[in-house]
Design a protein around this ligand. Sequence first.
Ligand SMILES: NC(=O)c1ccc[n+]([C@@H]2O[C@H](COP(=O)([O-])OP(=O)(O)OC[C@H]3O[C@@H](n4cnc5c(N)ncnc54)[C@H](OP(=O)(O)O)[C@@H]3O)[C@@H](O)[C@H]2O)c1
Length: 249
Amino acid sequence: MSSQSLANKTILITGAAHRVGACMAKTLHEQGANIILHYRNSKTAAKQLQNELNDMRSNTAFLVQGDLLNYNQIEKIIQQATEQTGQLDVLINNASSFYATEIGTVTEQHWDDLIGANMKAPFFLSQAAFPYLASQNGCIINIVDIHADRPLKTYPVYSTAKAGLVMITKALACELGPDVRVNAIAPGAILWPEGDMDEATKEKIISRTFLKRKGNPGDIAKTALFLINDATYMSGQILTVDGGRSLNS
Ligand SMILES: NC(=O)c1ccc[n+]([C@@H]2O[C@H](COP(=O)([O-])OP(=O)(O)OC[C@H]3O[C@@H](n4cnc5c(N)ncnc54)[C@H](OP(=O)(O)O)[C@@H]3O)[C@@H](O)[C@H]2O)c1
């Protein structure tokens, strides 16, 4: 593949300041894309990443801020993103909130936050981006989770939200074709959640993979690159990137 396989493409990545989102931004930028980095609170990190990318190729990385729980900001985010280069080729719905919600403690605020960030916002961002993506024969990539399929114990709301995003992927593939392809990536253990996770839990998770190791953000970024560049006859599919963990009985 040429090192500039994404030249002249503009890609919006939500929640792109850190971790998996930032890695996808760097990988896709390396391939020649213009990147719109969306962030909510992480202004400093987003600005730093923007500078890093622009130092490599000037005027190729842009910022857009917004809380995806605020419905009124969704169209604004897409509009601002399209104003940067005058086009939008790819939307990557990566932003997510993730925390346990044990039964008996779940509040409406938990529900609205987890469903809002992981399910509602990707739907409405996709709807708002559709006309721009369609005119470029572009695509949408939703970052879901292997736990969309098999619930993660004590995370019922998060698991439900990601399951909804899987259906959104399939339903929008049906609705947005033939002009726009819609696919998803379902990561397994890629980066440990921020905060406490004890070593025994990490080892247990790793032991359940066939590859006996954790993945890394580059695994997700390379899969996104494949979906953008090479998966030209794929739509409505979920690619699992989990070292085999979800097949382990
Ligand atoms: N990490 C893993 O191993 C793993 C495993 C399975 C699935 N995934 C999925 O892969 C994707 C990336 O994972 P990650 O661990 O890198 O994500 P993350 O660090 O948990 O979250 C990414 C960003 O989402 C943004 N965000 C959260 N709520 C938001 C809201 N209401 N409005 C706007 N932005 C919001 C935050 O932006 P700000 O910091 O700017 O506020 C955050 O930096 C997620 O969709 C996740 O569910 C990850």
